[in-house]
Design a protein around this ligand. Structure first.
Ligand SMILES: Nc1nc2c(ncn2[C@@H]2O[C@H](COP(=O)(O)OP(=O)(O)O)[C@@H](O)[C@H]2O)c(=O)[nH]1
Ligand SMILES: [Mg+2]
Length: 330
């Protein structure tokens, strides 16, 4: 059983060493632990710190591509190097290395394929009351979109089984955290949550530079993830808003037409027809989205089998050369 712990980094020379030092060197039930960092175009000494510490893999982006792309690139390299379990943690030492054992336990016991670390949000002093409330609302929205019961959706402390990692798909550029939960819930990948502890913050958040920007991007990400999985339901619901009033006004027009011999109310008729047409277009978009979504399921299945064949193949072919650090340029 091989565990690869990956850390996405963007200019983390200040905190990376402490984060790496805190990671476990051995865990019961795991034969081998390796360490991977994704350097997302940092302009500081992140890579040097990682090499000096002795990480096994560095995925290097020459320019900044965002957390979601960094996360997926790390997953690819971990799969290629034979990870049976992949843990993601943050470079600012927010999470406790000792909790990794708790995080991977449900995977070792085959009770889940994805495990999310649940932070004690209400007890974190560094989070303002408004941030705590927004986190609660955001996690609620993800639970609705994903039909899961995950309490802390934006948590970056998570474990994935190899099987779950082979199925992961992230299309937005901003963050992987929300979309992966929606995917797991909608595709019935077993996902659970375990309580974890956190360390005090050492620097301001890089991802949530402004609260408003963070909320807007998160909401768009959740909405987009939901639309990918449930376009028909979403657009049928949306189509009710113009269609129902349109039909009501149209019936009113018919009433006057037959009762008073057809004079007047032309504006009402035009308005009613416009509303009904808008509703119809919405419905058609839903049907189109649904067909595209069926296509996506087939593509995803093909992608899963291709990935499985490829990564399981290279895993067997690549003997451990005992190199101290493999660097991947992406
Ligand atoms: N790959 C990548 N990682 C990033 C980027 N911005 C932040 N991160 C990493 O994402 C993790 C979480 O970032 P942080 O600022 O602590 O966000 P927060 O704790 O969610 O508020 C850290 O490991 C960062 O280094 C980015 O642009 N690209
Ligand atoms: Mg952080």
């Amino acid at each position: 059983m091989k565990l690869i712990i990956q850390i996405p980094c963007f200019n983390e020379e200040g905190t990376l060493r402490a984060t790496l030092d805190d990671l476990p060197r051995s865990i019961k039930g795991v034969d081998q632990i390796e360490y991977l960092i994704v350097n997302d175009g940092s302009s500081d000494e992140t890579t040097r710190v990682a090499r000096q510490w002795g990480v096994n893999y560095i995925v290097n982006f020459t320019q900044n591509k965002g957390l979601a792309k960094g996360f997926m690139a790390g997953i690819d390299v971990a799969l290629e190097n034979g990870a049976d379990i992949i843990v993601n943690t943050d470079a600012d030492n927010q999470y406790c290395g000792a909790d990794i054992e708790k995080l991977i336990k449900p995977i070792l016991e085959q009770k889940a394929d994805i495990v999310i670390g649940e932070r004690p949000i209400l007890e974190i002093d560094d989070f303002s009351p408004i941030k705590k409330r927004l986190q609660r609302i955001g996690s609620w929205a993800v639970r609705q979109a994903s039909k899961t019961d995950i309490p802390d959706a934006p948590s970056g402390f998570r474990a994935f089984s190899r099987e779950a990692a082979l199925r992961l798909n992230v299309v937005n550029d901003y963050t992987y955290t929300l979309e992966t939960i929606v995917q797991a819930g909608r595709e019935k990948i077993p996902i659970i949550s375990v309580p974890i502890s956190t360390n005090p913050a050492v620097r301001p958040s890089r991802l949530a530079k402004t609260m408003l920007g963070y909320v807007r991007t998160s909401m768009l990400t959740i909405l987009r993830a939901y639309l990918i999985y449930k376009p028909l339901k979403a657009f049928l619901f949306l189509s009710l808003f113009p269609t129902l009033p349109g039909i009501a006004i149209w019936i009113r027009f018919l009433y006057f037409f037959f009762k008073f011999g057809g004079a007047g109310h032309i504006q009402s008729l035009i308005f009613a027809c416009t509303m009904i047409i808008i509703g119809f277009v919405c419905m058609m978009i839903g049907i189109l989205g649904d067909t595209i979504s069926a296509n996506r399921k087939i593509l995803q299945d093909v992608q899963y089998h291709t990935r499985k064949q490829y990564y399981d193949g290279v895993k067997i072919q690549k003997p451990d050369k005992g190199e101290e650090c493999r660097i991947y340029y992406r």
